[in-house]
Design a protein around this ligand. Structure first.
Ligand SMILES: [Zn+2]
Length: 83
């Protein structure tokens, strides 16, 4: 009877370790699935692209710049002043 309980305990420990390994593997797979290279690089690349204001020459990130007629401006005031 004691031998049966010992075998049961060892099997339980093995099942726990295997379950932990499967959980780790699934977590890594899901992490890789939601962090593809495209989704990682695109927002960072857009934020790091700098453009020069056509009025004052200040460099601003492209996603924050105002545009008019193909030119970039650091703020709406400089965009309107270019008229
Ligand atoms: Zn400006």
């Amino acid at each position: 009877m004691m031998r049966f309980l010992l075998i049961l305990a060892v099997l339980y420990l093995i099942a726990c370790v295997l379950g932990w390994l499967v959980k780790l593997w699934v977590t890594r797979k899901l992490h890789r699935l939601f962090q593809t290279p495209a989704s990682r690089d695109t927002p960072q690349a857009a934020a790091s692209t700098m453009v020069q204001c056509a009025t004052c020459g200040t460099y601003v990130s492209k996603d924050r710049a105002s545009t008019k007629g193909g030119a970039y401006y650091c703020c709406p005031e400089h965009r309107d002043a270019s008229e």
